[in-house]
Structures are given as structure tokens and as C-alpha cells.
Design a protein around this ligand. Structure first.
Ligand SMILES: [Zn+2]
Length: 118
């Protein structure tokens, strides 16, 4: 299963409210620098590619890469990459539970014996 840019974008944009309430201040793009908090929160910049705050360095990097026409795909962002590497889709905003409630039909490989002796 491959994560699309669109899915990555949706996942990243879910971080925005967490950023605004300062529950998630690590930059989702580089995963190294923290965003501004408290009185300085307004200094944070939104990414060009998703409605989510990123650190100053990443914002600059995006600006430079935009000139080159060589943006970093959202699926390579630090916050998204673990999901990509595991081949998982990040939880969507429709289901906030931790458990996969709607994972489709359960995988029962045993009930495949069609030739039953009566
Ligand atoms: Zn960053």
C-alpha cells in the first residue's frame, strides 16, 4: 500500500490544530526543530504545500526548492515517513479511535474448504 501525496497532506493538516494548541510543536517536516510557542507562535510559517506549520529552516528550504521546482514530497516529511516505510495509511480524521474498527472483512483463511463431507 502506498501513501499518496493527498493522504499525506490530509494527515499533516490534522496536525495543525495540535500545533495551535501547542500539543505538537516539533516541525513535521524535519522532525528536528521546534516551532515557536506562546507569544511567538505567530512567527511560525505555514507550509506551501499543506496547511500545517513548519519550522523556519524548512520554510526557507521550501522557498529555495520552489525556485528550483524541486519540492520535497509530503510523503518524505518526517511526520509522514514512518507510515510510508511501514506501508501504512495514517489514521484519517473520520476515526479518532486507536483501534481499526473498520478494517474490512476479517481474514479467516480456514473457511475455504468448499468440499465438506456430510
Ligand atoms: Zn523543520
Amino acid at each position: 500500500m502506498k501513501l499518496s501525496e493527498d493522504e499525506a497532506k490530509r494527515f499533516l493538516e490534522r496536525l495543525c490544530p495540535l500545533q495551535e494548541t501547542e500539543q505538537q510543536l516539533l516541525c513535521p517536516r524535519c522532525g528536528r526543530n521546534e516551532l515557536y510557542s506562546g507569544l511567538y507562535f505567530f512567527l511560525n510559517s505555514l507550509s506551501r504545500y499543506a496547511h500545517v506549520y513548519i519550522c523556519e529552516k524548512c520554510w526557507m528550504d521550501e522557498a529555495l526548492r520552489e525556485i528550483d521546482g524541486n519540492p520535497v514530497p509530503l510523503t518524505s516529511w518526517n511526520a509522514v515517513l514512518p507510515f510510508v516505510l511501514r506501508g501504512e495509511i495514517p489514521p484519517s480524521d473520520s476515526s479518532c479511535q486507536d483501534t481499526n474498527a473498520s478494517a474490512g472483512p476479517a481474514q479467516t483463511g480456514e473457511i475455504h474448504n468448499s468440499s465438506q463431507t456430510v
